[in-house]
Design a binder for this molecule. Structure first.
Ligand code: PMP
Ligand code: GLU
Length: 407
């Protein structure tokens, strides 16, 4: 049946979607990435700096391990929580680096950090509960909290402090309805990072108030200024409150493998595993063999990628800051530049916000994400996990467009 005959044959009384689905919109980062792909498929030359996705290939030893797993017949289900060896290896990584108390039993391997977040939010947040989080924040946090019936309570971070994460304003936002504080350091999209002292103060305050700390450490190794920090270092002192989420996606250039993890208190982890046993079952088995190899042998590849991102981070901030009407400080962490472009708004050209400017830039062949998707319309987000060549050309296109707008 063709799409038009499907439309013609629709009945007058349509079956209903759930109320939850009614409020749901596609992820802005994924949507722009999709639109850029569609434009490219239609023959347009688009420089896609939208989704945060390393331009590097997955390390060859990792690919080889997954290939071997396939030929060795690792094509069946595992336990819902993932390969035991991989759970142990993830836990050992945090025990080694941060003295974390977790073992493989308190570790779940998930279908990306995204599924880990989704599952733990479903497990912890009831209708009417509040989740306190800094803003701007990654697009899926709010949507996942609302989907569970919860209310995100956002606490602004300050561009003048390069969006550094501070414990006290988050603690001040806690009420008797707060179920957890959700932090993401280094932060997508702002690049803001937390010091270990701030994380410790946050965990302490949350323990006193009987609230969970959920820490999304997807960008853990990408710290360009200041110190690396992790709630893993606080977990031994606050075993009932600390939950950590991480991902193979960015650290190991494994975005398409869809593998992440969650560690936390046993009662939280067992419910996440129960939910996962109904929702996805285990993540793809042969992919998990690749991930195990990533933890064992890919550190040199990771270090090389980190060096490349560090170089791009400075180049990109400098080039953006030199554009007319654009203000951009180098990101302290993660791999996004988050320039303030609001000076361009209201001039000739009809640009009235971050959606309009990103639409204009997309017409000019460069895809960025509007800041409003993360909670602040003054900004746009550019991923610098892209090749130097694409970054240079993308910023050139931005310069041409902004020259015409900033009259
Ligand atoms: N958390 C943050 C802050 C992110 O930017 C992303 C996007 N990659 C994710 C979680 C999800 O990552 P993945 O599902 O690819 O592991
Ligand atoms: N997290 C990346 C981003 O923000 C990938 C897309 C997504 O999962 O949102 O661009």
């Amino acid at each position: 049946m063709s799409p038009s005959s499907v439309m013609e044959s629709r009945g007058s009384v349509l079956p209903k979607l759930s109320r939850r689905a009614g409020g749901l919109a596609e992820s802005a980062t994924m949507e722009i990435n999709r639109r850029a792909g569609e434009l490219r498929a239609a023959g347009h030359e688009i420089i896609d700096l939208s989704a945060g996705e390393p331009d590097f290939p997955t390390p060859p030893t990792v690919v080889e391990a997954a290939r071997r797993a396939l030929s060795d017949g690792h094509t069946r289900y595992t336990a819902a929580a993932g390969l035991p060896d991989l759970r142990d290896a993830v836990a050992a990584r945090y025990a080694g680096a941060w003295g974390a108390p977790w073992t493989g039993r308190e570790t779940v391997v998930t279908v990306g950090a995204k599924a880990a977040l989704f599952e733990v939010i479903q497990v912890l947040v009831d209708e009417g509960d509040e989740v306190v989080m800094p803003s701007p924040a990654w697009v899926s946090f709010e949507e996942q909290i609302r989907f569970a019936g919860g209310t995100p309570v956002t606490v602004p971070t300050d561009p003048k402090e390069r969006f550094a994460l501070r414990a006290q304003p988050l603690l001040d936002a806690i009420t008797e309805r707060t179920r957890m504080v959700l932090v993401n350091s280094p932060c997508n999209p702002t690049g803001g990072v937390a010091t270990q002292a701030e994380l410790e103060a946050l965990v302490r305050g949350c323990v006193e108030r009987g609230v969970y700390v959920l820490s999304d450490e997807t960008y853990e190794l990408f710290v360009w200024h200041g110190e690396k920090a992790s709630v893993a270092a606080c977990a031994a002192g606050a075993p009932d409150n600390v939950i950590l989420i991480g991902s193979f996606s960015k650290t190991y250039a494994m975005t398409g493998w869809r593998l992440g993890w969650l560690l936390g208190p046993p009662e939280v982890v067992s419910k996440v595993i129960a939910l996962q046993s109904h929702a996805t079952s285990n993540p793809t088995t042969f992919a998990m063999y690749g991930a195990l190899e990533a933890l064992r042998s890919a550190q040199d590849d990771v270090d090389a990628m980190i060096r490349a991102f560090a170089e791009r981070r400075s180049l990109v901030a400098e080039a953006l800051d030199a554009l007319p009407g654009v203000h951009c400080a180098p990101a302290d962490g993660a791999f996004y530049a988050f320039p303030d472009v609001s000076e361009v708004y209201g001039h000739a050209g009809g640009i009235d916000g971050s959606i309009a400017i990103c639409a204009r830039l997309l017409e000019a062949g460069v895809a960025l994400v509007p800041g409003i998707a993360f909670g602040d319309d003054r900004f746009v987000r550019l991923s610098f996990a892209a090749s130097q060549e694409n970054l240079r050309r993308g910023i050139e296109r931005m310069a041409e467009t902004l020259d015409t707008l900033h009259g």
